[in-house]
Design a protein around this ligand. Structure first.
Ligand code: PLP
Length: 465
């Protein structure tokens, strides 16, 4: 029997010993006693125990092997235990494990060179951070100081991080319980499937119409806020957490033109969509635009060591050439993270992982999701690119009524997750959506296996509508 089609009744005894499982149980108990988790009601949580991982596979606390369709939190773009990244971290740890940010370090210099080489010609400098949220915080600070303006425009249905400003830049329900930052102004982004612009009377609604109306709304927002007060527009190049919905043709170009017209800095958040996830090195390459600032994290080094960054163009850089930039981080450009990034980028290039993600999306994932949409009454929309896809579940395909109101997770999602795991796949769930985000180098057969499982368990959603 093909091991891919087996269910997960028992532990993978060839790899995981009873002692490993016992150690996993101890870790789980200690976690529940002492670890405080992100975005959770602590005592309602039943976190998954991960005791081993390799490539696109992980082993749970009972020693069972599961396909990781989440790339963890969409960051193991090169998969787990990539030998070249591990070797680079080991060598760096032995050579120079840490260094203060004010000093020069060869791993940091090389990481900055490699990253700027992948970005538009005008982007030549990088400020390194510890992750994505602080990258966005610094990007906004730079834009504010550069322009001398305060307001920042950010989209509803977005996610930019969990720290104070970043969560306020976020346009999803998680910002609501957090304190409001006075300078953030939210606007409606284009989203053809769930358009906020489509009049009830419109029998049809095209992506061109969505682009036109969304750009008119963005212009109105800018004008009404007073363009001379708006420092920056921040957009995810392809919004991820909020539903992997690609901007319709022409929107990003129109947004760029508005930024140019009003002297607003365009910050593109590539934390999730960058480093190959969308089938291009950066998601903004899907559009004919050049951002002023790009923020990144996650896939830059597959999350092997925490890291993010702000890559800025020459004009932003020039603002701080002769005056101090009032910001910094103890671990900015930490050598272990930098060595991991250099190795990850080189491995992604040498092993053509970005090209593989594009091919997987076009030939394996996309067509199969289209079939699921045709075959399952509960599948309202499927969309994505590269190794970055969403399945949106609805009560009614015609009205597009979601399986639960916006901001809520339908009860059936817990059953879907359990069924997927029982069949050997870990899915990523957000509200009424299943996100499909395997590592970029996942083997075709493994991707097909994961899709077979998703296809099978979608029957549970069909039953509840
Ligand atoms: N921006 C985007 C688009 C993200 O998807 C995320 C995390 O998912 C962040 C920022 C925040 O990154 P971090 O959690 O590393 O702070």
């Amino acid at each position: 029997m093909n091991s891919n089609t087996s269910t997960l009744a028992s532990a993978d005894a060839d790899r995981i010993s009873p002692a490993d499982i016992q150690a996993g149980h101890t870790a789980y108990e200690l976690d529940r006693k002492h670890v405080f988790h992100s975005w959770s009601a602590q005592e309602q949580l039943q976190p998954m125990n991960v005791i081993d991982a390799e490539g696109s596979w992980i082993w749970d606390g009972e020693g069972r092997r599961l396909l990781d369709f989440t790339s963890q939190l969409i960051f193991t773009n090169a998969g787990h235990k990539h030998p070249k990244i591990i070797e680079a971290i080991k060598q760096q740890a032995e050579k120079l494990c840490t260094v203060a940010p004010q000093h020069v370090n060869d791993a940091r210099s090389e990481a900055a060179r490699l990253i700027t080489e992948l970005l538009p010609e005008d982007i030549n400098h990088v400020f390194f951070t510890n992750g994505g949220a602080d990258a966005n915080e610094h990007a906004v600070r730079m834009a504010r100081l550069h322009t001398g303006r305060r307001k920042v425009l950010s989209a509803y249905r977005s996610y930019h991080g969990g720290t104070h400003l970043a969560v306020n830049l976020t346009g999803d329900p998680r910002r609501v319980p957090n304190d409001d930052d006075a300078g953030v102004v939210r606007f409606l982004p284009p989203f053809t499937y769930r358009s906020h612009f489509r009049p009830d009377s419109a029998a049809q609604w095209t992506p061109e119409q969505e682009t036109e109306r969304a750009l008119a709304h963005l212009r109105d927002t800018l004008v009404l806020e007073g363009p001379s007060q708006v420092a920056a527009l921040i957009l995810e190049a392809i919004p991820g957490t909020a539903g992997i919905y690609l901007p319709p043709a022409g929107y990003m170009e129109g947004a760029r033109a508005l930024c140019d017209e009003f002297g607003v800095v365009m910050i593109l958040d590539e934390v999730m969509a960058g480093f190959g996830r969308s089938g291009k090195w950066f998601a903004h390459e899907h559009f004919a635009i050049e951002p002023d600032i790009v923020t990144f994290a996650k896939g830059v080094n597959s999350g092997y060591v925490p890291m993010g960054g702000v890559a800025m163009d020459d004009a932003i850089y020039a603002s701080f050439a002769q005056r101090m930039y009032p910001g910094g981080l103890t671990y900015s450009g930490h050598p272990l993270a930098m060595a991991a990034a250099v190795a990850a980028i080189n491995a992604m290039r040498d092993e053509a992982m970005v090209e593989n993600a594009a091919r997987l999306g076009a030939e394996v994932i996309g067509p199969r999701l289209e079939d699921m949409k045709n075959n399952h009454p509960a599948v309202g929309d499927v969309r994505g690119t590269g190794a970055f896809w969403a399945i949106e579940l609805v009560r009614d395909k015609a009205t597009r009524e979601p399986l639960a109101p916006y901001g809520q997770t339908p009860a059936v999602m817990a059953d879907l997750v359990a069924a997927c795991k029982a069949k050997g796949v870990v899915p990523f769930i957000n509200m009424n959506r299943i996100h499909i985000c395997p590592p970029l180098n996942t083997a075709d057969d493994d991707v097909r296996f994961g899709l077979d499982v998703i296809d099978e368990v979608l029957a549970l959603a069909d039953e509840v509508i």
